[in-house]
Ligand binder design. Structure first.
Ligand SMILES: NC(=O)c1ccc[n+]([C@@H]2O[C@H](COP(=O)([O-])OP(=O)(O)OC[C@H]3O[C@@H](n4cnc5c(N)ncnc54)[C@H](O)[C@@H]3O)[C@@H](O)[C@H]2O)c1
Ligand SMILES: O=C(O)C(=O)C[C@@H](O)[C@H](O)[C@H](O)COP(=O)(O)O
Ligand SMILES: [Zn+2]
Length: 363
């Protein structure tokens, strides 16, 4: 991909939603003023790990005449709490942040989820721009307008649908990402492959080692294809009244594992195990063929993602899954595959089938 001209993917613009663009390329910060528009104040929310980036951006915006403040957040999931949101609300209040001002979230998915949530709740909604700096945030978290925080009872239990005004994916930011975080993002890329675009799986299988680094031969294509999948789905169903549930493939168990690990695991690692579980569930429910189910294990393992979790945790995980957002009353619902790229909802599976699927991923 030429990195001079960014790739532009349009999201939304249907069913009364405002359209916005996801830009993929390098040196994209020049696009920010156009997105910020006539705001007087800009709040740059960034994680501790990107303190220098956040401050440089604040200075740059201040130099352009904006009243710019930087708000530093804890790294990773520690940012996705009610306390951190309240800290941001206080900072915005002290800055005199109005409805015409703009929030910029620069960081991984935890940062963009929190920044978007603060934007959704401040004055009942202000504009925000996502500048994702991890693979996972580029291909998934920053696109689609799901924003939120975790509670002790579960992942993302509090939140709002509040799409950004634009998303700037600067591939250069991936150079500083630790390999574990890079690989975590591959889980969502692989998810996009299984639910919608199998070329993604072919590209990773051709060169799994290359897929683990930003220098890999297919990095830009993998990111772009995954963003296309996400963009198509959320454009058709922003508020998850149907189709959007397919993006939750692997997340029913994945989120329960994250809660069980007190949010100390990376999201992609938990979703990886969740996808192996969902594949086994699909197979045991008589829907998914053996080859596609087995392909989950091989492709996830080839890039270094985990496939198994502690067997003795099943009763707790099952309890947590009951408050998954796809549940309806007492009915557990899962996304499974009816075949490659054919996601469907499996409602109320037999508890024995669920336990048998978990036995296949338990250590
Ligand atoms: N809203 C959605 O649709 C959606 C979709 C998928 C995932 N998510 C959420 O995204 C979160 C996971 O996001 P993530 O995988 O990006 O993890 P993350 O945001 O926790 O980032 C991982 C770590 O990398 C640091 N970091 C970020 N960018 C960096 C860079 N360029 N160089 C060095 N360090 C950097 C972060 O500070 C953090 O410590 C989860 O909370 C998950 O629930 C949301
Ligand atoms: O965008 C979506 O919709 C997704 O389900 C994408 C997931 O990768 C993401 O982790 C999302 O935050 C999960 O949403 P939740 O509603 O299950 O919390
Ligand atoms: Zn996810």
């Amino acid at each position: 991909m030429s990195t001079d001209t960014p790739i532009r993917v349009q999201v939304g613009g249907t069913a009364g939603t405002d359209p916005y663009e996801v830009l993929i390329g390098r040196q994209l910060l020049g696009e920010l003023p156009g997105l910020i528009g006539r705001a007087k104040r800009v709040a740059v929310l960034h994680p501790e790990a990107l303190a220098a980036t956040g401050e440089a951006l604040r200075e740059d915006l201040a130099g352009q005449g904006y009243e710019a403040v930087a708000i530093q957040l804890p790294n990773a999931e520690e940012a996705k709490t009610a306390e951190v949101a309240a800290y941001c609300w206080k900072a915005l209040g002290q800055t005199g942040f109005t409805r015409s001002d703009v929030i910029v979230g620069v960081g991984g998915g935890a940062t963009t989820d929190l920044a978007g949530f603060v934007a959704a709740t401040w004055l009942r909604g202000v504009r925000w721009i996502a500048v994702p700096t991890t693979v996972l945030a580029m291909v998934d978290a920053a696109v689609g307008g799901k924003t939120g925080i975790n509670t002790a009872e579960g992942k993302n239990l509090v939140g709002a649908f509040h799409p950004p005004a634009g998303v700037l994916c600067d591939l250069a930011s991936l150079d500083s990402l630790p390999v574990n975080d890079y690989v975590s993002g591959l889980a969502e890329i692989i998810k996009a492959g299984f639910i919608s675009d199998p070329v993604i799986l072919d590209l990773i299988e051709q060169d799994p080692a290359g897929a683990r680094t930003p220098e890999g031969p297919h990095t830009a294509e993998l990111i772009e294809r995954s963003i296309q999948v996400k963009a198509e789905v959320v454009s058709a169903d922003l508020k998850e009244s149907g189709l959007r549930e397919i993006l939750n493939y692997g997340h029913t168990l994945g989120h329960a594992i994250e809660k069980n690990e007190r949010y100390n695991w990376r999201h992609g690692a938990a979703v990886s195990i969740g996808m192996v579980f969902a594949a086994e569930l699909g197979r045991l429910a008589g829907r998914l063929d053996d080859a596609t189910a087995d392909r989950h294990r091989s492709v996830l393992e080839s890039v270094g993602l985990p496939l198994t979790y502690r067997g003795d945790q099943w009763p707790k995980l099952l309890e947590t899954m009951k408050v998954d957002k796809k549940s309806r009353g007492d009915l557990l619902r899962f996304i499974v595959l009816d075949g490659l790229a054919k996601p469907v909802v499996l409602e109320g599976p037999d508890p024995a089938v669920l336990a048998a699927a978990y036995a296949e991923v338990s250590q």
